[in-house]
Write a protein that binds this ligand. Structure first.
Ligand code: UTP
Length: 294
């Protein structure tokens, strides 16, 4: 058993995928840097982690992703120009959001071998402690914040946690699905996990939505994990082994807010609409413009 309830201080953001569904936009710009309103998708997810108390942000990047590192660094020339021009508000935004020195780490996944492999690339930086994992293209929009809810649940359960949300029964074959002891409870013990189950075989309609708290024992399993669905090293396959062979508890935390899959065009466009409507200074004029368009 892992040391129960060691604090979750670090978060991993896998950002090494190719983003082929967004070509040509993602030829030179990583898909995680596409903007939802005026912030890169990735920044929204880092904000969620910050609000949950995460202190160290670990990015698993790849080729052509240097701009991600730049985004989380200070931009001396820009800041100086803003200061000279008296653009106090813009300068304040940049400075407020800058991570403190030493709060970020970047490592590279040299080939996009799958999510499981990307997570494994962070093993040395995470070390021997539990960590959060946030898939940056899945935006979770809610009052309290998905990762904050999960950390609150973790303080009770310890072990491993996965955020889940219901999907229509006829779509379960597209997702990682979990079976739980009580599908209506906010926090429930996971009894089964399966990646993209064949139609009619899913243990429930609760899908793994892209937020995890994992114990470091996952790394040894990922290291030996063979390629699974889609020829990729799948995180779910190693989580199943950690639960079944490693006897580690997994709990599902049901997320009740809205989820936008920004890796898909419709999800990305919907996120822009929803996040713009949630912004007080934009909502009225944006709603009027959209109505005009429709
Ligand atoms: P996706 O499978 O949605 O990303 O991975 P993708 O491969 O970039 O997208 P498409 O299908 O080609 O359009 C979910 C998250 O995991 C990361 C991605 O960057 C994304 O944030 N990922 C995926 C990696 O870091 N490495 C991988 O090998 C695969």
């Amino acid at each position: 058993m892992p040391a129960a309830k060691k604090r979750v201080r670090k978060a991993v953001f896998p950002v090494a995928g190719l983003g082929t569904r967004f070509l040509p936009a993602t030829k030179a710009v990583p898909k995680e840097m596409l903007t939802v309103v005026d912030r890169p998708v990735l920044q929204h997810v880092v904000d969620e982690a910050k609000a949950a108390g995460i202190e160290h942000f670990i990015f698993v990047t790849g080729r052509n992703k240097g701009v991600i590192e730049d985004h989380f660094d200070s931009q001396y020339e820009l800041e100086r120009t803003l200061a000279e021009r008296g653009k106090k508000e813009a300068l304040e935004i940049l400075q407020r959001e800058l991570p403190a020195a030493g709060q970020t780490s970047f490592t590279r996944q040299q080939a996009p071998l799958g999510l499981g492999h990307a997570v494994w690339c962070a093993r040395e930086i995470v070390g021997d402690e539990p960590f959060a994992l946030l898939l940056p293209d899945m935006l979770h929009h809610s009052e309290s914040g998905c990762l904050s809810d999960m950390i609150a649940a973790y303080n009770g359960t310890g072990g491993n946690l996965i955020a889940v949300a219901p999907v229509p029964e006829d779509q379960t074959h597209q997702y990682g699905i979990v079976g739980v002891t009580d599908a209506s409870a906010k926090v429930s013990r996971i009894t089964a996990m399966v990646e993209k189950p064949k139609a009619g075989t899913a243990p429930s309609n609760l899908h793994i939505s892209g937020r995890y708290i994992l114990q470091p024992e996952i790394f040894a399993l990922l290291e030996k994990q063979e390629r699974g669905a889609g020829g990729e090293i799948q995180l779910t396959d190693s989580m199943i082994r950690l639960m079944d062979d490693g006897n580690q508890p997994f709990h599902a935390v049901r997320f009740d807010g809205s989820i936008y899959d920004c890796g898909s065009k419709i999800g990305f466009l919907m996120a822009n609409v929803a996040y713009a409507l949630a912004r007080e200074e934009l909502a009225d004029s944006f709603r009027a413009e959209v109505k005009r368009l429709l």
